[in-house]
Design a protein around this ligand. Structure first.
Ligand SMILES: Cc1cc2nc3c(=O)[nH]c(=O)nc-3n(C[C@H](O)[C@H](O)[C@H](O)COP(=O)(O)OP(=O)(O)OC[C@H]3O[C@@H](n4cnc5c(N)ncnc54)[C@H](O)[C@@H]3O)c2cc1C
Length: 433
């Protein structure tokens, strides 16, 4: 079955897809978000809502409502490096009111966005619907047959069977294993990553220390993200080491965790089955080109970010805001010009490249802990402590606000905005000017 044309169809209901869907519908456009899972309840995903995202929520009038949810606020990020506790980031130095970081399970954030978006007339979210391919149209018979032409929508599969949906703009926000970017012939360039993360949940010890991002020493690195009664914990291992660890057995695994983070010694015994431990194969890659006529990728689909510094969610959201700012006026005229899509890539690619460069250096440093080496000489740890106030300001800015903060420039459409009904707008090619 072929559905009537939408202004935009988005594959993937993660942070990038949901934010873009919300912004376009808020501007009065018709948008369908397709999500292959039946809910947002997936564990071990990015749980951080950074100050820049709070600012964006403020610009959308959603900030206070979001902060009313049961979320955890953090003003600082501490780590214990080679036995010394230090504050690596102090969000308190940022301009208020967004001078803290929020920890919220990602499904809370996505459910929140979905609920808000569903109040907008043009918004349509289809869960349990997997996008299986792209629809192409060739502008004319004289075109090169090797040319795929213009992307005009997607094919999808759901309980109701195989369907198609046509749109002026198709967006791949389907994450780091994006099937749609592959269908568009876009291939990411990989940066070598020496580490993987093994995620598991642990109860907090009886007398927990102040919130601590992680423990790092020659004994290893363990992340301990505060989730109320539990820690979302992650052991950093050498890339590909998981199978070897399984062969060595759970007691050895538990001992390694406790050695790297002695604070977990009393709770690590709750790990009794490998099923409790999930492998995140850390990736760092980006597409040389994010777009095709009528089509663009954003978020992890365009650039898989490492979990280092937990910036993946805010980069995904900032891509969505940049795309919505650039494309809304064109979509309101019924077109999705290729030049506009190219401008979005040009704007977002630089901060992505810079952050991935920082993450790559961080990986190389952290990888030493997986080889039993000290990550930093003792003198460097002391130096970091001494330089800490200046360092904290810099890290707060880079991690909390980012390298290019986006702001919402689109207007909310009034509900009776008098815009032409999408069904009666003149037909125009998605790649048209
Ligand atoms: C274990 C882990 C921990 C992380 N920790 C952090 C952190 O603390 N902070 C942080 O900021 N970032 C973190 N990240 C990174 C962060 O989760 C991602 O960068 C961010 O979620 C990217 O958002 P996205 O919307 O681009 O993609 P995703 O969040 O990956 O969303 C893509 C969506 O598309 C759906 N989908 C995929 N294929 C299809 C299809 N064919 N049809 C329909 N739907 C489809 C998926 O189900 C998914 O819901 C972490 C990542 C992982 C894996």
């Amino acid at each position: 079955m072929i559905e009537r044309e939408r202004d935009c169809v988005i594959a993937g209901g993660g942070p990038a897809g949901m934010m873009l869907g919300y912004l376009l519908a808020r501007a009065g456009l018709t948008v369908t978000v397709l999500e292959k899972h039946s809910d947002f309840l997936r564990d071990f995903r990015g749980d951080t809502i950074h100050p820049s995202t709070l600012t964006l929520l403020g610009e959308l009038g959603l900030r206070e409502k979001f902060l009313d949810l049961p979320v955890t606020r953090l003003s600082t990020l501490d780590a214990v490096i080679q036995g010394q506790r230090m504050t690596l980031v102090d969000f308190g130095v940022l301009r208020g009111p967004d001078d803290f970081l929020v920890l919220a399970p990602q499904w809370e954030f996505l459910n929140f966005l979905a609920q808000e978006a569903q109040t907008l007339p043009g918004f349509d979210l289809r869960m349990d619907t997997e996008v299986t391919g792209l629809l192409h149209e060739r502008p004319g018979p004289e075109e090169d047959p090797a040319d795929d032409g213009v992307v005009v929508g997607v094919r999808m599969r759901s309980a109701s069977g195989e369907e198609q949906i046509r749109a002026r703009l198709t967006v791949a926000a389907d994450g780091r294993a994006s099937a749609l970017r592959e269908a568009a012939g876009l291939i990411p360039r990989e940066s070598g990553v020496p580490i993987d993360v093994l995620w598991f949940s642990l109860p907090q010890p009886v007398d927990p220390p102040p919130a601590t991002l992680g423990y790092l020493s020659a004994a290893g690195m363990v992340l301990t993200i505060d989730r109320g009664a539990t820690y979302q914990s992650g052991l950093i291992v050498k890339k590909g080491e998981f199978e070897e660890l399984k062969r060595a057995g759970l007691p050895a695994f538990r001992a390694r965790v406790a050695q790297a983070a002695p604070i977990l010694s009393g709770v690590v015994d709750t790990l009794t089955d490998w099923k409790q431990i999930k492998l995140l194969s850390v990736q760092l890659n980006r597409l040389p080109c994010w777009h095709r006529p009528g089509f663009i990728t954003i978020g992890d689909a365009a650039h898989a970010m490492s979990p280092m510094f937990g910036v993946g969610v805010n980069f995904a959201i900032q891509d969505a805001v940049a795309l919505a700012n650039a494309i809304t006026p064109a979509l309101q005229r019924g077109v999705a010009p290729s030049e506009t899509l190219a401008r979005v890539q040009a704007r977002r690619a630089r901060p992505v490249r810079l952050m991935q460069g920082i993450q790559g250096r961080g990986h190389r440093l952290i990888a030493r802990s997986t080889q039993g080496q000290q990550v930093l000489p003792a003198s460097a740890v002391t130096l970091i402590r001494l330089a800490s106030p200046a360092l904290r300001r810099l890290t707060a800015r880079i991690i909390g606000v980012g390298l290019l903060a986006e702001h919402v420039h689109t207007e909310a459409a009034s509900r009776g905005d008098g815009r032409a009904d999408p069904k009666t707008r003149p037909e125009t090619s998605p790649s048209g000017g």
